[in-house]
Design a protein around this ligand. Structure first.
Ligand SMILES: Cc1ncc(COP(=O)(O)O)c(C=O)c1O
Length: 445
């Protein structure tokens, strides 16, 4: 028997009190208490228990962090054991063996038959900062190409790569100069809005042509250090590019000696059914930025990169907490658990995709259901014909779902992502789909 979500009152009295205090004490982030008024007491696997005793299914996984689920016993044990020995010893000055063990595991899992190294950071944005410094230092080139709708983080230099929402940029200009943006090959909404270019091959060709024809018209290719990309755009709406896209991108990059910098902060660590999402696309990137899920909820991030662009002198780059021993201990367990889970993720991921596709067939407002593994999303539109985006309805659906105990997160302008912990069962997916459909119907009324 699966445990079902159970919500009596949301927010309950205790949650209301805490949310009020939160806004008195803390800076505004992206919290939206009208949509997600959830104050956690504790979590267990895919379940979240709030302070008033309400029970939820977590289909957001703490924004893609809890791939192994809440409080996985093996992660908890590893953290406890490590915390009893030492919680910090500054990897920038000293040494501990676990840091090497995890680095070797991550490098071995990364595609590409070339020597690799790892630099540890604390957040996804920092991982991308480190990647930019590695590329600049290792290649001597200072410019980057990134994609429209990309999200790579919010620190000052990384903001120059992020092209997701203007609110993230407003009043923060100037960010780092030298970044050109190009359209991401979105099979559902091709960026040229011209009929006929929706064919995957044509879409890929157009993006490659765009770089050659428009970017390289004014940017000397030999000044470009890397093309930075998400293997599936996450915050941009869980957009899966055509299968051959990265192969074609790599051909272009190789022609000009440009590196490929793969941001796997949201899609890596088993989320798509492969350890790294880029494995679906058959290329070896030069850098892989990781974060979010790797520490099982403890901040840990970094870059696996070609050894020949490594920082080479003490002081070039370091971070006091980068590679914190408690986070590393959790990371080692996470890698092992995720490796064991990969066949399961492919199986339940296909099942979730099938269930969402059935709903796409049934409802006019679901324009597209897409994803790989347990990185799935639906795009909410006014009608299938016009594909006009319907963000208001999307927001209503998320609200209705949360009221019924299903935590969902929006992404893109009008999409909803379904990213439960990788441990989820088909029975739990069935319960979630039942709640999602009820919520959709309620939102449509
Ligand atoms: C692809 C990607 N890169 C980078 C980041 C930034 O990570 P962080 O919030 O840990 O700085 C995110 C966060 O959502 C992300 O999805």
């Amino acid at each position: 028997m699966v445990v079902r979500p159970n919500v009596k009152e949301l927010p309950g009295p205790k949650a209301q009190e805490i949310i009020k205090k939160n806004f008195e004490a803390l800076a505004v982030t992206t919290q939206d208490p009208d949509t997600l008024p959830i104050v956690i007491d504790h979590g267990d696997g895919i379940l979240v228990y709030d302070v008033d005793g309400n029970v939820f299914y977590d289909f957001g996984s703490g924004v893609g962090v809890l791939n192994v689920g809440h409080a996985h016993p093996r992660v908890v044990e590893a953290v406890k054991k490590q915390a009893e020995k030492f919680t910090h010893f500054a990897l920038n000055d000293f040494f501990y063996e676990n840091a090497i063990i995890l680095a070797n595991k991550l490098a071995e899992l990364a595609p590409g038959d070339f020597p690799k190294k790892v630099v540890y950071q604390n957040s996804g944005a920092e991982a991308n900062e480190a990647m930019m410094k590695l590329v600049k230092y290792g290649t001597g080139r200072k410019r980057f190409i990134a994609f429209y709708h990309a999200f790579h983080g919010r620190t000052q230099a990384v903001l120059s790569l992020t092209a997701s929402k203007w609110v993230q940029q407003e009043r923060f200009f100037p960010t780092m100069p030298g970044v050109e943006h190009i359209p991401y090959p979105n099979p559902y909404r091709n960026p040229w809005h011209i009929d006929g270019y929706a064919e995957p091959d044509e879409l890929v060709n157009r993006v490659i042509e765009f770089i050659e024809e428009y970017v390289f018209r004014h940017v000397p290719p030999e000044e470009v250090g890397a093309i930075v990309f998400e293997p599936i755009q996450g915050e941009g709406g869980y957009v899966v590019p055509p299968k051959n896209f990265f192969k074609e991108l790599k051909k272009l990059a190789d022609n000009y000696g440009i590196l490929l910098a793969d941001d796997e902060v949201q899609m890596g660590v088993g989320r798509t059914g492969k350890f790294w999402a880029i494995e679906h696309f058959g290329i070896a990137p030069d850098t892989i930025q990781f974060g979010k899920a790797i520490g099982g909820g403890i901040p840990l991030a970094g870059v696996v990169h070609r050894a020949d662009i490594a920082f080479d002198k003490p002081g070039r780059h370091a971070s006091t907490f980068g590679g914190n021993p408690v986070a590393i201990a959790a990371g080692i367990e996470v890698v092992e658990i995720v490796k064991e889970l990969l066949p399961h993720v492919q199986d339940v991921g296909d099942y979730l995709h099938k269930r969402l596709k059935e709903l796409e067939e049934k409802y006019e407002v679901i324009g597209d259901a897409r994803g790989l593994g347990l990185a799935q999303a639906v795009e909410i539109v006014k009608s299938k014909d016009t594909k006009e985006k319907h963000p208001e309805l999307r927001n209503e659906i998320v609200k209705e779902a949360v009221k019924r105990g299903l935590i969902l997160l929006g992404c893109g302008d009008n999409s909803i992502r379904f990213i439960p912990p990788l441990t989820i069962s088909k029975e739990e997916i069935d319960v979630a789909m039942e709640i999602f459909e009820e919520s959709l119907k309620a939102a449509l009324q």
